[in-house]
Design a protein around this ligand. Structure first.
Ligand SMILES: *Cc1c(COP(=O)(O)O)cnc(C)c1O
Length: 479
């Protein structure tokens, strides 16, 4: 067979073939990259060098420019190794203006909680051990008394989060039975927590009563029958129904429940243990008030307004908590020693309300006065202006922060922001926001009125912020 006569290659491909042949061998690059073996390990280094060579080959084949000296390929390998070494879950500057930002990890823990968690990670602990008696103890024992003290409830237990708490309550007290809920309270919380779906998974039959805007005592009374397992009240955490509305108060619902001999379950959502009005915020029903109003079981979150680690609480009547603890699902939803240690330390801070706002970061940030952020913005504007150069207008402006995590959704807090406006409109604005997110410690703001706002409410470490910003690589056109 005669070889087909190859059409003459176009000139650039001939050049490409020569450039491919000229790429250094792996060993030569490894020699140039030798110092990287110590921090990253030989195997990872070899993989990175091969990947960098492959990337250079791809670039040459595609006709793109590629630097190909051993030192250049070694530098590529170094960048790859550093990108791999960077943790995926890493700190950011939350300048979104949402204090309890679910996607950014909600509450920041108090130093006391951090220390307790670290100690529990390093050492064996009395997780389920009673050292005085020398025998098995219970996980909940570390926080039960604290929770009862803080809420006025008879008994308490802790699980993975409030979603788990709701699931466990419904499954224990109303599996195969009816749970009666107002149509105005069939909530969806971010992350696909929908009350009707949770009820179905808990094995509970949802019985909806009333309408979206109005539910009356007679609606509940009319629905209660032999199949009823629970009356359910859900705090409409993340929305408000306004206008022509009526709901049955927790106290009124409790008296209906008592008269009919059916337990009342109140999912309080965020649930606060202190009167927020004391710290200049709007009053939100406390867990204690909810218990005093007659709910038999109350559930709430650990990492929302409470300011602790991700946990869910179930507090209430002793016999009901005992039944909940006997549910085999409890074992699947329990918390680990790290969070339990952080939780105990967090709850102990509540014993001293006078110092709570200093020690609990979530509360400190929520209670921060706009004047403080205004002074911070005045200090930062000239420095940020110098770092971002002549193509980004930097100014300070008043703005509104929000609490987040569905707590007090219609309340906003006076704050101050840095307002960044790049030359060149929308594309440039997105590119600037992306450049700040691409930093080793990403700076995350929010886009509003054609500008990138960096709400300063959650910025406490000014030097760290400026140091982070110094590394910014401005997009072309703004550099
Ligand atoms: C937030 C919330 C939940 C879910 O709590 P997580 O701790 O996020 O699991 C459930 N119910 C209500 C009313 C909530 O606000």
């Amino acid at each position: 067979m005669t070889a087909p006569t190859a059409a003459p290659l176009p000139q650039p491909d001939l050049e490409a073939a020569a450039r491919l042949r000229a790429l250094p061998p792996v060993d030569a690059v490894l020699a140039a990259a030798a110092p990287l073996a110590e921090p990253h390990g030989r195997a990872a280094l070899t993989r990175a060098v091969r990947a960098a060579l492959e990337a250079a080959r791809d670039a040459i084949r595609a006709g793109r420019p590629a630097r190909t000296s051993p030192a250049d390929i070694a530098a590529e390998a170094k960048a790859l190794l550093e990108a791999q070494a960077r943790p995926s879950l890493r700190p950011v500057f939350n300048l979104t203006g949402t204090v309890l930002h679910t996607n950014l990890g909600r509450a920041l823990l108090a130093e006391e909680a951090v220390e307790a968690a670290v100690a529990a990670m390093r050492q064996a602990v009395t997780l389920e051990y009673d050292p005085a008696a020398g025998r098995r103890g219970e996980r909940d024992d570390h926080v039960r008394a604290l929770l009862c003290d803080l809420t006025g409830a008879e008994d308490a237990t802790v699980v993975n989060n409030n979603a788990a708490a709701v699931l466990l309550v419904l499954n224990t007290l109303a599996a195969g039975r009816d749970a009666i809920v107002s149509r105005g309270e069939l909530i969806e919380i971010g992350g696909a927590f929908r009350m009707p779906d949770i009820m179905a998974r808990a094995g509970t039959r949802l019985v909806e009563v009333g309408t979206t805007n109005r539910t009356h005592p007679r609606d509940y009374e009319g629905a209660i029958g032999p199949e009823t397992g629970l009356l359910v009240k859900v705090h409409t955490s993340n929305y408000r129904i306004e206008g022509f509305t009526t709901e049955v108060s927790p106290a009124a619902l409790a008296s209906i429940a008592r008269a009919k001999g059916v337990p009342l379950f109140h999912d309080l959502g965020s649930g606060t243990l202190c009167d927020l009005a004391r710290y200049g915020l709007v009053h939100e029903p406390t867990v204690r008030e909810c218990v005093a109003d007659g709910a038999d079981v109350v559930t709430f979150s650990g990492d929302k307004l409470l300011g602790g680690p991700q946990t869910g609480f179930i507090v209430g009547r002793r016999d009901l908590i005992a039944a909940i603890n006997k549910n085999p699902m409890k074992r699947a939803l329990r918390v680990d020693k790290i969070r339990l240690a952080a939780l105990e330390a967090t709850l102990k801070l509540y014993a001293d309300p006078d110092r709570l706002a200093q020690r609990l970061p979530t509360l400190r940030l929520l209670a921060r006065k706009a004047g403080e952020m205004e002074a911070l913005s005045a200090r930062l504007v000239p420095q940020v202006r110098a770092l971002l150069g002549p193509h980004v207008a930097v100014s300070a402006c008043p703005c509104r922060s929000q609490i987040g995590s569905g707590a007090l959704p219609t309340e906003t807090l006076d704050s101050y922001a840095l307002r960044l406006r790049p030359d060149g409109g929308g594309g440039a604005l997105d590119a600037l926001a992306a450049a700040l997110r691409a930093l080793p410690v990403p700076i995350i703001g929010r886009l509003e009125d054609g500008a990138l706002l960096l709400d300063l409410r959650c910025l406490e470490d000014e030097p760290a912020f400026l140091a982070a910003l110094r590394a910014v690589e401005l997009p072309r056109g703004l550099a």
